[in-house]
Design a protein around this ligand. Structure first.
Ligand SMILES: NC(=O)c1ccc[n+]([C@@H]2O[C@H](COP(=O)([O-])OP(=O)(O)OC[C@H]3O[C@@H](n4cnc5c(N)ncnc54)[C@H](O)[C@@H]3O)[C@@H](O)[C@H]2O)c1
Length: 391
């Protein structure tokens, strides 16, 4: 297949591009390297020494004889260039991973709020309108987030896969059954932007009958895949800082430095998790199992399990003998919540998930030990970006 990976230099996009290329697909990466610019802005860098994209691609070609095309386009602005590329390349599939993806970063200041919303929703609109303008048949696969539903406690219930049947009782006595999007309840500007993405996808699916799959994903943990370990030049990004490092990766680097694991509040926050290799499997499952076009976005929950922050800390603390430090929560969120989400669709289509356990923690610790000399410990804690934080 001909495949465009928007955001192909990123944490998920890079190993995905290698995987697709290895399978013999013709892969075209579009990335404006903004994630690398944000590292400079935050004065931090990936724990693992990631090479520049051209070097990564040259090594891949040398090792496998596979070419991956690359162009630096800002997908939320350069729509004419993107449209021309679509007309020429005519992709069967477009993976859209090119978004600002950090909740704490999006809450830093007015500038970061405006950048995150402006970028993320413009990108969705540019991509979808360009697909129509260029008159191509393609399947757009986007990674959304489970975080759009918020993290309030839910007793005796669960998050369905995108839609829910409701009975509406109008004041005039009229009753109606409807299948609607499960309500969003974003807790950060980043999650708000992902909620708005959903409405943009719904509009284009309804109006233009485009083929769109949105994968509502949990927090991704892990770093390397079978292909990124082939050569040091192919190594994947490992973010550990308070803005971009996810909770599990930050605990891992803390443990490798014998720095107490900083659990926000009681650690009773429950989060959805998925391993990086499973993320790539899920993206390929979505690609290989097209759905009938029915003027509707197909939505899957893309997660393997849920765990509380204190459960994650306890596994890592146990294998590394590191202390746990409960600190004031810099986020404005419930101190405890339960989270149950259906992931039946991807399981039915073949996902056999890797669960986070002591063995997996040891594997990640090995990477962290190898590169922890690159770590700036002062960057690990999350800064309190949420105003009106009552926790
Ligand atoms: N990593 C996670 O834990 C996680 C969890 C849930 C959802 N997601 C979603 O998955 C997607 C990919 O996440 P990731 O972890 O690989 O993120 P990432 O930040 O590592 O990668 C995103 C890539 O997109 C590029 N990009 C951003 N804006 C661009 C633009 N305007 N034009 C061209 N390129 C641009 C960046 O330079 C970067 O290389 C994101 O949409 C994110 O919201 C990620």
């Amino acid at each position: 297949m001909k495949i465009i990976v928007l955001g192909g230099d990123g944490f998920i996009g890079w190993p995905l591009s290698l995987d697709l290329s290895k399978e013999g697909h013709e892969v075209y990466i579009i990335d404006n390297l903004t994630r690398r610019s944000i590292d400079k802005e935050l004065n931090v860098s990936s724990l693992t020494p990631i090479k520049d994209l051209n070097s990564r691609l040259a090594t891949w070609k040398r090792l496998t004889n596979h070419d991956i095309n690359y162009v630096n386009i800002n997908i939320d602005k350069d729509y004419e260039i993107f449209q021309n590329l679509l007309k020429e390349f005519r992709p069967d599939v477009i993976f859209h991973l090119a978004e600002y993806k950090s909740a704490p970063y999006s809450m830093r200041s007015a500038y970061h709020k405006i950048e995150t919303v402006g970028h993320n929703i413009n990108a969705a609109n540019v991509i979808l309108s360009s697909i129509i303008e260029s008159e191509i048949e393609t399947h757009l696969i986007h990674i959304g987030t489970m975080g759009v539903y918020g993290y309030s406690s839910m007793k005796n219930t669960y998050i369905p896969e995108g839609y829910i049947d409701v009975d509406i009782n109008y004041e005039n006595g009229f009753k109606e059954k409807r299948n609607i999007l499960y309500p969003f309840n974003p807790g950060s500007i980043y999650h708000l932007s992902k909620s708005l993405d959903n409405l943009i996808f719904q509009f284009y699916a309804k109006n233009d009958n485009l083929q769109i799959t949105d994968l509502h994903q949990g927090i991704v943990w892990g770093c390397q895949t079978d292909l990124t370990i082939l050569h040091e030049d192919l190594i994947n990004r490992f973010d550990y800082d308070g803005d971009y490092g996810t909770v599990l990766n930050r605990f891992i680097i803390q443990a490798s430095l014998d720095y107490p694991l900083t659990v926000h509040g009681s650690g009773g926050q429950t989060r959805a998790l998925i391993n990086l290799k499973d993320t790539i499997k899920c993206l390929k499952i979505a690609m290989n199992n097209k759905h009938e076009k029915n003027n509707k976005v197909r939505i899957f929950n893309q997660l393997s399990e849920t765990k509380t922050v204190k459960e994650i800390a306890s596994i890592i603390s146990h294998v590394s003998n590191t202390k746990i430090d409960n600190i004031k929560n810099p986020r404005n969120e419930d101190s405890e919540n339960d989270l149950v989400a259906k992931n039946n669709s991807l399981i039915r289509l073949g996902l056999d998930p890797i669960m986070f356990n002591e063995n997996e923690a040891l594997g990640l610790l090995e990477i962290a030990h190898k590169y922890n000399k690159n770590c700036d410990i002062s960057k690990i804690p999350s800064q309190p970006s949420w105003k009106n934080n009552n926790n």
